[in-house]
Ligand binder design. Structure first.
Ligand code: FEO
Length: 392
């Protein structure tokens, strides 16, 4: 795709990756993604903001064909989907300075072997004049690596935010046409990579309150020409209370755990508690991550395999522990054949979670009356906790 004008002398460059379905060998991308770079031509200097993932290098270089000079290459984030083509751009424009935070400089030297003399570091709040356009660099650590920053273009009131506010969507529409779709994709992206850093992200959002922002141009997905709603959504995700929701990831081998999951789900709904089920062998873990943004309670359902939880349930527990959601309550349900340490093993995997663990319900084989009663008791306990928190 050709470069496209956003405003006078400001262009979108980059690549739309319609086919990509997995990021970091981990994160599902049901709608593909894009790697957005931006070109700003000031009256005196020209700057490129970020690059693209290396497999898309040819697309960016073709877009830069008609660009006669480049003075600065702003690198907001050292991850390779944005930085991976810096070396190739510097081959074409060897005089360009790579503008980065001090931390990013070291990371790019390590990750891409870019020589030290190619860099110019930017302090928090530092400005850089392109003549009639001024770039202001705002350090925003942990969105989602420690070195990240964003750029505010003062005259045009555009925030170039890199991963911050981004969404994995492949589309030829430069500006948002369907806010609901983008809200879900942005929430998924937040859940998968930013949720663990919620407190620092809250500080970064606070910092951005001082700026008049007409437009947010992220490095994945579409440009926000009405950015207030996505900033409000982020505030809700990081600062808002958990919701009256149980996230219930589970796996079942022969149907016993599934019976328990379905019974508990029904019991929760009868008590006015929302519940979302995720059958782990077939679920999209991005959907589970999104549920964890909101859920006040997590219940993991698993059979006992080889004396412990099913590996799929262990994966979900590991993921939840790493994502550090705001859930306040947790329990474990499931079935076993002859014994094991399922509860102990799972409980040992969630040390990061600040949760009250509610009595687990494990049954031998298919659930009988006492087991169903125990599930009713668990549903009562969850509903009571949600009421005490004012969530119902
Ligand atoms: Fe889109 Fe953290 O890279």
């Amino acid at each position: 795709m050709e470069k496209r004008q956003i405003k006078e002398n400001i262009y979108w460059l980059g690549a739309i990756d319609w086919d990509r379905r997995l990021f970091d060998s981990l994160i599902p991308l049901p709608d593909g993604t894009s790697y957005n770079a931006y070109l700003i031509e000031g009256s005196e200097k020209t700057a490129l903001l970020d690059t693209v993932d290396p497999p898309m290098e040819g697309t960016l270089m073709a877009q830069l064909e008609g660009v006669s000079k480049l003075d600065y290459l702003i690198s907001h984030h050292a991850e390779q989907d944005h930085s991976g083509t810096i070396g190739r751009v510097l081959e074409k424009f060897p005089q360009a300075k790579v503008v980065v935070t001090q931390k990013a400089k070291g990371m790019l030297m390590d990750l891409l072997q870019i020589p030290e003399d190619a860099f110019m570091t930017a302090d928090d709040g530092q400005t850089l004049s392109l003549g009639d356009k001024t770039l202001k660099f705002i350090h925003t650590p942990w969105v989602h690596w420690p070195e990240t920053m964003v750029t505010y273009l003062e005259e045009d009131r555009i925030l170039f935010s890199c991963d911050f506010f981004g969404s994995h969507i492949a589309t030829a529409d430069l500006f948002i046409t369907d806010p609901c779709r983008v809200h879900e994709a942005a929430k998924r992206y937040f859940a998968e990579i930013m949720m663990p850093f919620g407190k620092i992200i809250a500080k970064n959002l606070e910092k951005l309150k001082d700026y008049n922002i007409d437009m947010i141009a992220p490095s994945h997905g579409q440009i926000y020409d009405d950015p207030a709603w996505i900033m409000d959504a982020y505030r809700q995700w990081v600062n808002g209370p958990p919701q009256n929701l149980v996230a219930l990831p589970f796996v079942s081998m022969h149907g016993s755990t599934r019976q328990m999951v379905d019974y508990l789900a029904d019991a929760l709904v009868q008590r006015g508690v929302r519940v979302e089920l995720f059958n782990l062998p077939v679920t999209d873990i991005g959907k589970l991550a999104m549920s964890l943004v909101d859920a006040a309670t997590i219940v993991v359902g698993t059979p006992t395999v080889l004396a412990g939880p099913h590996p799929a349930a262990a994966y979900a527990a590991f993921l939840a522990n790493a994502l550090r959601p705001k859930a306040q309550f947790l329990s474990i349900i499931g079935s076993y054949g002859w014994g094991g340490k399922t509860v102990e093993t799972l409980a040992g995997m969630i040390g990061n979670l600040k949760v009250e663990v509610l009595d687990p319900v494990l049954c031998k084989g298919l659930p009988g009356e006492p087991d169903l009663q125990a599930l009713d008791n668990l549903a009562d306990a969850i509903a009571d906790r949600h009421k005490e928190q004012g969530l119902i």
